[in-house]
Design a protein around this ligand. Structure first.
Ligand SMILES: Cc1cc2nc3c(=O)[nH]c(=O)nc-3n(C[C@H](O)[C@H](O)[C@H](O)COP(=O)(O)OP(=O)(O)OC[C@H]3O[C@@H](n4cnc5c(N)ncnc54)[C@H](O)[C@@H]3O)c2cc1C
Length: 363
């Protein structure tokens, strides 16, 4: 089949690579000038264990499976990564009870090696930590996400696939058993494909509305939840990922590390109505307050505004978190079309597993 994938983020690249591996002729259309210019370059680069999500949900299934696939892929393709493990810390009895529910959920999801440890055991691992107990997840890690996406692009191209940059997909219509796709930008015009995958991230809903005869009621709402990061100007205090007890809308302001060992904090949750990528320095105040609950020694003046990313959520503040929405023919009635909505965290971790499911719908 001739397959068009819209979007060269981690999801589009993983889907395109998987389709090419199965012998399809694959084109990716990307509206910007390069890969990974959207949500995929603005995250924590964490390979998640798969602890938090309801058992049987797309997020639980694809996170646990995708994580195992990702470690294998990184090892075989020379992509930088480190299985550094993570501690989810509790600083009160109420938090301890919540962390224990995360443990139970993680075990139900089949996450390996989880263990509750006491405050002293946690401090033996990370001396500067303040907590009364913690959940240790040894399978969690970090990855060079750009290196990962470059490897996906490389394998796609080795198998004959191509990416058309500065090429926006404007609209789609299904006629005479083919998808007719209108492009704008560098490769403007109309071309026909057998199958289409909409992996446009924050643009997925807008594109779905421009698919002829796509049921309007099947386009979910898009809710933007910005996550801001602050860099730490000092010697890193931790060598493992440190997460607080989860909060509404996100996993809490956590310690993330890059492969060079540098430490940063984030993301928080800021509900916004329009895409914007500035980090308000004033948000540092709430970061200091939250971080000091588990790291009391955080020095004053050490946090500097860094980058931010926007979660493409399907539900808003106070509402239960939505699952990934993988809308294939049974969901909308149109053949060989998959729309991917709400691919927020753990989308990076889930990408290789998700790609297999998506390509499976196209046959
Ligand atoms: C703050 C934050 C932290 C996160 N942390 C983690 C983490 O630690 N671990 C993890 O596993 N996941 C994490 N995630 C989730 C992960 O980053 C995303 O799930 C993933 O990057 C989504 O990738 P994507 O390909 O769907 O979207 P994108 O990377 O946004 O790709 C979509 C692409 O489509 C293009 N596009 C849009 N419309 C069109 C069009 N009409 N025509 C052509 N091209 C178009 C865009 O330019 C873009 O390049 C995090 C997310 C956020 C926001």
């Amino acid at each position: 089949m001739q397959i068009l994938v819209v979007g060269a983020g981690v999801i589009g690249l993983a889907v395109a690579r998987e389709a090419a591996r199965r012998g399809h002729d694959v084109t990716v259309a990307e509206k910007t000038g390069g890969i990974a210019n959207g949500v995929s370059s603005r995250n924590s680069e964490v390979i998640h264990g798969g602890l938090y999500y309801p058992t049987g949900s797309e997020r639980a299934r694809h996170c646990v499976r995708g994580r195992r696939m990702m470690y294998e892929f990184c090892a075989s393709h020379g992509v930088g990564h480190r299985k550094c493990g993570k501690l989810i810390v509790a600083t009160s009895d109420a938090e301890l009870a919540k962390v224990e529910t995360v443990l139970a959920q993680g075990q139900k999801n089949g996450v390996e090696g989880l263990e509750m440890i006491g405050g002293n055991a946690a401090r033996a691992m990370e001396a500067e930590l303040n907590c009364i107990g913690a959940l240790w997840s040894p399978e969690t890690g970090i990855v060079d996400s750009h290196g990962f996406m470059l490897a996906l692009q490389g394998e796609l191209e080795d198998r004959g696939g191509m990416i058309a940059f500065e090429t926006t997909v404007e609209s789609l219509s299904f006629k005479a058993s083919q998808w007719h796709v209108r492009f704008a930008g560098r490769d403007a015009g109309v071309l026909a494909f057998d199958a289409v995958v909409n992996a446009a991230g924050l643009g997925a809903q807008a594109l779905a509305r421009r698919i002829e005869n796509y049921p309007a009621a099947k386009v979910p709402r898009l809710v933007l939840a910005k996550g801001n990061y602050f860099g730490f100007a000092g010697r890193p205090a931790f060598s493992r990922l440190i997460y607080p007890t989860p909060v509404d809308g996100g996993l809490g302001v956590h310690v993330t590390l890059d492969l060079a060992g540098r430490m940063r904090f984030g993301p928080d949750v800021e509900w916004i109505s329009e895409e914007t990528y500035t980090v308000d320095p004033k948000r540092a105040d709430s970061f200091y307050e939250r971080i000091r609950t588990y790291w009391p020694a955080l020095p004053a003046g050490s946090l500097v505004p860094d980058y931010c990313g926007i979660r493409p959520k399907l539900t808003g503040p106070g509402e239960p978190a939505a699952d990934f929405l993988i809308a294939a023919e049974p969901a909308h009635g149109l053949p060989r079309l998959v729309n991917l909505f709400g691919i927020e965290s753990p989308g990076l971790t889930a990408s290789l597993s998700l790609a297999e499911e998506v390509v499976g719908y196209l046959a």
